[in-house]
Design a protein around this ligand. Sequence first.
Ligand SMILES: [Zn+2]
Ligand SMILES: [Zn+2]
Ligand SMILES: [Zn+2]
Ligand SMILES: [Zn+2]
Length: 562
Amino acid sequence: MDTASSKYRIHKCFKCPGDTEYHCVSCPCDLCPQCKENHVKDLQTIDHDVVSHRDKINYIPTQEICVRHPSHVYIKYCEPCGLPVCFHCRKHKTHKQLDVRTVYKTKQQQHRGTIHTIRSEALFYRPVLLPRMKTDFKTCHTEFSLYQSEMLTKAQTLKNLINKLRKDFMKNVFCDFDFKHRCLKQMIEMSRHIVSLQEYELRYVQPEFTFSALQFLSSIKTALPQIHLTLHTSQLSMTESLNKEDVMESLSAIQITERGNRRVGNQCLLKLTSGAEFHQSLTVTGVDRCYHISCVTSDRVWVSDRDNLMLTDTTGVPLHRVEDSCSDLYGLHTVNSESELIYIDRKRNINKLSKDMKTTTTFIERTDSTWEPRCVYWSLSTGDLLVGMDNYDTWTGKVTRYNQSGQLTQTIQNHITGRGLYREPNYITENNNGDVVVSDSFSAVVVTERGGRHRFSYTGPPSGSVLRPRGICTDALSHILVCDDRTKTVQMIDMDGQFLSHLLIRPSGIFSPQSLSYDVNTHRLSVGSEHNNTVVIYRYITRQDALTDLNPATADVMGVTE
Ligand SMILES: [Zn+2]
Ligand SMILES: [Zn+2]
Ligand SMILES: [Zn+2]
Ligand SMILES: [Zn+2]
């Protein structure tokens, strides 16, 4: 046991009498291994920064001895070689070297996200995946023995076919001798025939004085010799005995098509709580309204009003302002998986701002003056960018899809009848099944399937007033959430357009909900106000009970006793 952990053994867990090994920087509190597990899994504390005590006191394990120079310890890290080096490691003298502690800290920071995912997601899914894998293992065993015997049968059939083919081939080879023989016979026959023809010709050209006319006439009465030569070829008869389709069939009939990563559907991991629960509230500096929200991480969020587009942290402190964002638009920004901001600028080009906010590049340049982009959404599942546009002259709207290199791949514009689907798309998003979901200020929430076919338009709850849709988002359970300006509510509908509930009604601090953003990592919902700079974060989705109750120890026992 090293000194660091024994030093901290006196600390007790914040939640139970257990010994502490971890520290939550966000709370802050000390945690034992078991309580740490629950802390990083609980959706309320899922984004907390939990470190081991060793990290907390910045303890770096014993100085390690160089394998090449045992009297020296590692002090530097060779960047090009990716190796720790000591003072005497001359080979790396000319390479770029960094302090080993700095590199350790940087690398640790870089892997924080991965560690977080492993802690809160991968380990959490294990109790669900493990029993499924066991079942699959059993199924595979039975199914594969079936396949195996089938494959053996097929192998035998194939072998028989090959044997048959070989026999045919041999037969044809021998037939070749016969062929030669027959040709020889014909050659002899032919030369005899030529001789007789020559005789015939000779008689015809015989000078008159040596040949009487009578003799000539009588000789030509004899019929001209005739010959009938049959054409004989040696053609291999393989096609008859070996059918291509048969071979194909016997080789390809066994197919195992199911591939890909093992996944757990959110339906069996998450569920709705009885109502939306307040989690946190923030007042964003630099905007006076919250027209649109795009989450980067659980503690970084882009918020825009009529003229400003600001990056803020969870305390509301402004971190960056985009100078050239387009005014008077709603859903004008989105964030991709690289944490880059994608937004519409004043010239109606679609730009990309790098994660470090130092580089802005034009991702899609506006080339068509009749269509103006109004809203954007970056799809996590496809990596595509969806853009809602409108045409001011014709008062129609459309949705365009661009791939990762910015090429236009799809346009969604009309019903099958030719009637337009949209008028003024204000916000756009995507559901987990690939549906394109548009909040259109005139014709409600318009949902089309991935291919562009209209699925439904949501115009409000069955016994309610007609919707005036604003901000929109979808969640991990494929619900569609939409702000209604008329009733000042956030309505939840299912993926097929059925009204489920009013998630929020004139929520305190916001009153008039305008914008929504769902964080796929924490499953929290950010709601922005139409009239002020308040964003309130709610929780309305929680882990399934059966899973939160399972700690890794009991999960393993369950696996064994199965
Ligand atoms: Zn504990
Ligand atoms: Zn905490
Ligand atoms: Zn060395
Ligand atoms: Zn080197």
